[in-house]
Design a protein around this ligand. Structure first.
Ligand SMILES: *Cc1c(COP(=O)(O)O)cnc(C)c1O
Length: 343
C-alpha cells in the first residue's frame, strides 16, 4: 500500500464511502438481472429528475465504452465526428470510437484551452461537400475538457447553433461532468439538452464511484437498440444493480456536491500556491480538478525524488490531478517539496 497521494490521475483514488454503502445495501436478496432490477429503475428515475427531462439511461463499465458506443449509435461508418485535437476520444481510447462505429472518422479541430472553437469546427464541416469526404455528423465536446477547463453555457449554445445549422448531433464526454456543474454553478439541464446536447457520457468512476458510467440520451430516438450495442460489446452488466445503485445515493442525496467541491478547492489551492513559486508557470485556467504546470527542471527532479506521481503526456508541462479523496494536507506536502528544491 502507498500512503502518499497520487496526483497522476483522479482514478488513482479509491471508492468513496457512500458508494460502498450503496453497494452494500444493494447486496441483499435477489433481484432480476440485466437492468430489470429496482435499483436500476430508481437510478434511472433520479437521472430524469436530475436533468428535468425524460431521458434514456444506460450503465456501462468505463468511459471508453460509453463514448465509443454513444458515438457509434449516432453515426454510420461513412460519417465523421468533429472533436478537439486533445479530446480523449482521439488521444486515449485506442481507436475504440472508430472500431465500434465500423470506421467513422474523427476530424480534429482546434481551440484555446482544450475547447473546440466554433470557427474551427465550421471549417471542418464546410471544407468539402463531395462524396469523397466522410460526412460530418457529430460535434463531440468534453465537459470539462482534457485541459481542465469548462465550456460555459454560452459557448455550448454557439456550438449548438452551428450543429443545428449543419444537421449535426452533439455528444458530450462528461467523464468529470459533476465538476463542471459545480465550477459553473449551473443546473444539469443548462449545459446539456437545453443547449442541444443529444447524448452525455456521464462519468461516475473518476468522481468517486468504483466502476460505472452512465450514457444519457436526451433524444430518445437515438437510444433505439442501444441495449444491443452494450450487449454485443460486452458492456451489459448481468448484475446491473451494482453499477446503478451507487448513482442513486449520488443523485438522490447530492453526495457528489461535497466531493466535487473538494476536488476543485484542492486544485485551486494547488494552482495558487504553485504559481507563487519562482519559475513555476500555470498553463491553463483551473476550472475543474486539473492543474497543469510548467516546472523548472530542479523542481521536477525534486518531486520525482520525493516519489510524487503526476503525468507529463497530457497537454504541455506536467499535470496534477485532484480528486474526491485529495486533502489540503496532500497539497501542502507537495508544495513544501516544490519549495525545498535547490536550483
Ligand atoms: C478518463 C476519461 C474517459 C474514460 O476513460 P476510461 O479509462 O475508459 O474509463 C473519458 N473521457 C475523458 C475526458 C476522460 O478523462
Amino acid at each position: 500500500m502507498n500512503d502518499q497521494y497520487h496526483f497522476a490521475s483522479d482514478n488513482t483514488a479509491g471508492v468513496c464511502p457512500e458508494a460502498w454503502e450503496a453497494l452494500r445495501k444493494a447486496d441483499s436478496g435477489f433481484e432480476p438481472s440485466y437492468g430489470a432490477d429496482t435499483h436500476t429503475e430508481t437510478a434511472c428515475r433520479l437521472f430524469r429528475e436530475f436533468f428535468e427531462t425524460d431521458c434514456e439511461v444506460f450503465f456501462v463499465f468505463n468511459g471508453t465504452a460509453a463514448n465509443s458506443l454513444a458515438l457509434a449509435s449516432l453515426c454510420q461508418s461513412y460519417h465523421s465526428v468533429i472533436a478537439h485535437a486533445s479530446a480523449h476520444v482521439e488521444t486515449d481510447e485506442c481507436g475504440a470510437p472508430e472500431f465500434f462505429s465500423n470506421g467513422t472518422k474523427l476530424l480534429l479541430g482546434v481551440g484555446q484551452n482544450g475547447k473546440l472553437d466554433v470557427a474551427s469546427a465550421e471549417a471542418l464541416v464546410t471544407k468539402r461537400k463531395d462524396i469523397h469526404y466522410p460526412r460530418p455528423r457529430v460535434l463531440s465536446v468534453s465537459q470539462p475538457t482534457e485541459l481542465g477547463t469548462c465550456y460555459t453555457p454560452g459557448e455550448l449554445s454557439a456550438l449548438s447553433e452551428l450543429a443545428l445549422r449543419y444537421g449535426l448531433k452533439i455528444h458530450m464526454d462528461g467523464a468529470r461532468f459533476f465538476l463542471s456543474l459545480i465550477h459553473l454553478g449551473v443546473s444539469p439541464s443548462e449545459v446539456t439538452w437545453k443547449v442541444g446536447v443529444d447524448v452525455l457520457c456521464f462519468g461516475g468512476t473518476k468522481s468517486g464511484l468504483g466502476f460505472s458510467e452512465a450514457v444519457v440520451f436526451f433524444d430518445k430516438n437515438l437510444a433505439e437498440e442501444f441495449d444491443y450495442r452494450c450487449k454485443q460489446s460486452g458492456q451489459l452488466a448481468s448484475k446491473m444493480r451494482y453499477l446503478s445503485a451507487p448513482w442513486t445515493d449520488w443523485l438522490g442525496s447530492g453526495t457528489y456536491v461535497k466531493y466535487a467541491k473538494n476536488a476543485i478547492a484542492c486544485a485551486r489551492s494547488l494552482a495558487a500556491q504553485a504559481s507563487d513559486i519562482p519559475g513555476v508557470e500555470l498553463l491553463y485556467p483551473v476550472e475543474a480538478n486539473a492543474v497543469f504546470l510548467r516546472l523548472p527542471p530542479h523542481i521536477d527532479a525534486r518531486l520525482q525524488s520525493c516519489g510524487w506521481k503526476y503525468y507529463r503526456f497530457i497537454g504541455d508541462g506536467t499535470r496534477f490531478m485532484c480528486s474526491w479523496q485529495t486533502k489540503e494536507a496532500d497539497v501542502g506536502r507537495l508544495i513544501a517539496d516544490m519549495k525545498s528544491a535547490q536550483p
